[in-house]
Write a protein that binds this ligand. Structure first.
Ligand code: GDP
Ligand code: MG
Length: 348
């Protein structure tokens, strides 16, 4: 209590706290092997490397580019001109991601406008997207957020496909824009480079099919695979507190398959997957790799970019979640009053 932590026998304490108490009471504290997120990540990596369970998965695409260059228009065109990967019907929800089907192939698009999740994931060295489609308006050219997007993608080692947009406009000069982009290392194949360029009009739909073909082609070369048979792991795309539903998170399942009732740890929070719906509001019982879903059942609202993992047992999920929540609380506490051995002793 003097450390500002309220506990009872059902709660677990963090390592730092236990070490402090052990010293104060002259007890030797030994660390027990515990389940935590990084162990789970390691387990998953081992599973991922277990090639016999790997099967192809849909590519996850993020559309990036300067404001007003046509990202939303392109996404809207794709969404309306293509059959949703899941059966139609229901209310279309904004879950920050959706899937389309082209030539029998599913493609997952992320449409986080501020790329909050993308940045957060990058800061943690994790990847959320396989491919960036960089939209550059042919009448405006390379702008600050174009450069930012290129930097993001390069730092994350994510391949870029360039879509030069608005070629229907009178002032459009795709060649000039292509030239500008070569300064950032994006050189089209016909100029001796290895970047795919497609000139499109998102508004009219011109060459959008070609762009999709290129995305599929590029994704095939990447041989994207995942193991659907393991516990699900992935990332939060968006989250909010809904008055009726409580904490709601849009998540991208990146590994494994998520099932209703799965015990889950998301960032500093935990819970059980109570409901799971796709972008069309259709309830799902399970969701495999590269599927974006909206879930409820968490004890609090996670942050965009948070990793999630599913545990076999709820008690492990709860312990890991509480441990992480406590760590986060300790971090916050450290910022305003540093807990040290000496001030622990002084309060005894
Ligand atoms: P975002 O900020 O990148 O999402 O850009 P928007 O999709 O909102 O587009 C900004 C403006 O450009 C809107 O008025 C669109 O109608 C217009 N726009 C987008 N794509 C095209 C295009 O291919 N041709 C033309 N003429 N206008 C476009
Ligand atoms: Mg937009």
């Amino acid at each position: 209590i003097d450390l500002g932590i309220m506990v009872n026998q059902n709660k677990s304490l963090g390592k730092d706290t236990i070490e402090l108490l052990a010293v104060a009471y002259h007890i030797k504290a030994k660390e027990k092997k515990q389940v935590n997120i990084s162990d789970i990540d390691k387990m998953f990596k081992k599973e991922i490397n277990n090639k016999k369970h790997l099967v192809p998965r849909p590519p996850v695409i993020t559309i990036m580019g300067h404001v007003d260059h046509g990202k939303t228009t392109l996404l809207d065109y794709l969404r309306h001109s293509h059959v949703a990967a899941h059966e139609a019907g229901g209310i279309t929800q904004d879950i920050g991601a959706y899937q389309i089907k082209e030539k029998g192939k599913t493609i997952t698009f992320l449409d986080t406008p501020g790329h909050a999740a993308f940045s957060a994931m990058r800061a943690r060295g994790a990847r959320i997207t396989d491919l960036v489609v960089l939209v550059v308006a042919a009448d405006d050219g390379v702008m600050p957020q174009t450069v930012e997007a290129i930097d993001h993608a390069k730092a994350a080692k994510t391949p870029i496909i360039v879509a030069i947009n608005k070629i229907d406009k009178p002032g459009a000069n795709p060649k000039k824009v292509t030239n500008q982009l070569t300064r950032y290392g994006l050189i089209p194949e016909k100029w001796g480079g290895n970047t795919i360029f497609v000139n499109i009009s998102a508004k009219l739909g011109t060459n959008v099919k070609e762009l999709l073909d290129m995305i599929i082609l590029k994704a095939e070369v990447m041989e994207l695979k995942a193991n659907p048979k393991q516990n699900a792991a992935g990332s939060v795309i968006e989250s909010k507190l809904d008055k009726g539903k409580g904490p709601v998170a849009s998540v991208l399942v990146q590994e494994g398959t998520m099932h209703i009732e799965d015990p889950i740890v998301v960032g500093d929070t935990f819970g059980r997957v109570r409901t799971m719906t796709n972008e069309n509001g259709k309830p799902l019982k399970s969701a495999g790799p590269s599927t974006p879903v909206e879930i409820t059942g968490l004890s609090s609202v996670p942050e965009a970019g948070d990793r999630f993992v599913v545990f076999d047992h709820e008690k492990d999920a709860r312990a890991a979640g509480e441990q992480r929540a406590e760590q986060a609380q300790m971090e916050r506490r450290k910022q305003d009053n540093t807990v040290t051995l000496s001030n622990l002793f002084s309060t005894m």
